[in-house]
Structures are given as structure tokens and as C-alpha cells.
Ligand binder design. Structure first.
Ligand code: PEP
Ligand code: MN
Length: 262
């Protein structure tokens, strides 16, 4: 991951898209896939607004075991339908190695969530493949620990790693996490890997997504991953931090005024 050994920025090519080049990559979609109608509707709307990747969790790392755990394999099938209908490549979280083969086949970018940032066996296995990995910063991870987690993946041979700042736990409780925007230029100084920002988990509040998205671009992020829902009030997961498809459209319009978004 060390910039000194690799002075040129890495770009990660996924189909027609690339992450880490001179454009801002927008990954958008619901926290969780809930139904075919929901995921296809959101995918069509975010695509029409200019998103180039669809996110949607199917294996969900929920704090409470009584909360909705995601649709699992069936959810993956629904993501595939949304991809077929819109052409948007899909980003979804892998929590267990038993699904790795399935993800290799169907998923375009494998997300490793904050809770698994230091799951070293998982990191080593996704290091043995070539599929791009979106590695989220652990909620209490230092920048050094974050980069060492990326190193675990790259040491096995997979250089297609995208770093994601998603907020860290501090004493502040107004926001769900404290979005550490200073991590963005620091990560870019220390490493050649693309860095994206998650203002949804970073704040936990939908109305903070727009200002923090703009701020992330201002500090040099290569992209954003944003939770968008057709009906946030009734979302099965993370509705309070999800923006509507209408607000996402407006957000994209305002981002296009400040950056090359594609
Ligand atoms: C998510 O992207 O829905 C998620 C669970 O993120 P994190 O791992 O950052 O909490
Ligand atoms: Mn979420």
C-alpha cells in the first residue's frame, strides 16, 4: 500500500468503470436488499441520476441478532436482477468465506465491512483472488491498522483494493460515528490506493449526507458510497441515514457542479 514504493495512484478497472482515476465514483443503493421491486426501483433511479455502481447488503452485520439479517443468497439473486436491468455493477458485503465462490461469480466489488476489517483469515482469502475489494475502516481502527488490513489483502496478490472511510467511534453521540475526513488526505499521502467516503454510516443522519459528500470531495476522495432508499421511513435497515431517490437526484446535480462525477 506504500506510496513510496508505488508513486502513481492506483486505478481499479471494473468493466467500463474505473475507480481512482480523475473522476468521482458514486456507489449508491439501499443498506439492505429487501425485495425485487425495491432493489430494481432504487437501481433504476440511482442510475438515472448518474450513479455508476449499485450497493445493497444481503448478508448484514447487525448489532442485534434480533434485527433483520439480510436476505442472504436470495438477496444476491435480486441484486443480479437489478444488475441485468440497469447494467450497474454490484457492490455487496461478504461476511463469511463459505460464500466466496458465489461472490466471485456474481459480485463486481466485494465489500469487507468495518466489523471485519481485522478478520485476517477473511482478508487473506480475498487477497488470493483478483476481484476488487472495498475495505471499510474498522470503527475503532487507526489509520495504521487500516492500512495494515489492506496490506494483508495485497500481500496475497490482490492489488485491487479500495479504501473506505466510514466514520470512527468517538465520544460524540449526536452523529452515529465521527466521519474522519482528515483520514482522506492522510491515506492518499501514505498510500497509492483509491479512497472513498461513506457519509451515510459516517454520520448516521440523512440530512448530513449532502454536506459531508461535498466535503469528502473537497478533501480529495475518489468516490462516495451513499445509502439511498425509495422509502427510508420503512427501510428494514439504516433508514435514518438513507436519502430518498429524489434527494439523491438533487445531490448528484450539486456534485456535478463541483467535480467530474461519473
Ligand atoms: C454497510 O455498508 O451497510 C455497513 C454495514 O457498513 P459498515 O461496515 O461500515 O458499518
Ligand atoms: Mn447500512
Amino acid at each position: 500500500v506504500n506510496r513510496n514504493l508505488h508513486p502513481i495512484n492506483s486505478t481499479i478497472n471494473i468493466g467500463e468503470n474505473s475507480i481512482g482515476s480523475n473522476n468521482i465514483t458514486i456507489i449508491a443503493g439501499p443498506c439492505s436488499v429487501e425485495s425485487e421491486e425495491q432493489i430494481v426501483n432504487i437501481a433504476e433511479r440511482v442510475k438515472a441520476s448518474g450513479a455508476t455502481f449499485l450497493r445493497g447488503g444481503v448478508f448484514k452485520p447487525r448489532t442485534s441478532p434480533y434485527s433483520f439479517q439480510g436476505l442472504g443468497e436470495n438477496g444476491l439473486e435480486l441484486l443480479k436482477i437489478a444488475k441485468e436491468k440497469t447494467g450497474l455493477p454490484i457492490v455487496t458485503e461478504l461476511m463469511s468465506l463459505e460464500y466466496l465462490d458465489m461472490f466471485l461469480e456474481d459480485v463486481d466489488v466485494i465489500q469487507i465491512g468495518a466489523r471485519n476489517m481485522q478478520n485476517y483469515p477473511l482478508l487473506k482469502e480475498v487477497g488470493k483472488i483478483k476481484k476488487p475489494v472495498l475495505l471499510k475502516r474498522g470503527m475503532s481502527a487507526t489509520i495504521e491498522e487500516f492500512l495494515m488490513a489492506a496490506e494483508y489483502i495485497m500481500l496475497e496478490g490482490n492489488e485491487n483494493v479500495i479504501l473506505c472511510e466510514r466514520g470512527i467511534r468517538t465520544f460524540e453521540r449526536y452523529t452515529r460515528n465521527t466521519l474522519d475526513l482528515s483520514a482522506v488526505p492522510i491515506l492518499k499521502k501514505l498510500s497509492h490506493l483509491p479512497v472513498i467516503v461513506d457519509p451515510s454510516h459516517g454520520t448516521g443522519l440523512w440530512w448530513l449526507v449532502e454536506p459531508l459528500s461535498k466535503a469528502a470531495i473537497a478533501v480529495g476522495a475518489d468516490g462516495l458510497i451513499i445509502e439511498v432508499h425509495n422509502d427510508p421511513l420503512n427501510a428494514r435497515c439504516d433508514g435514518e441515514q438513507s436519502i430518498t431517490t429524489g434527494r439523491f437526484q438533487k445531490l448528484m446535480e450539486s456534485l456535478k457542479l463541483i467535480a467530474k462525477v461519473e
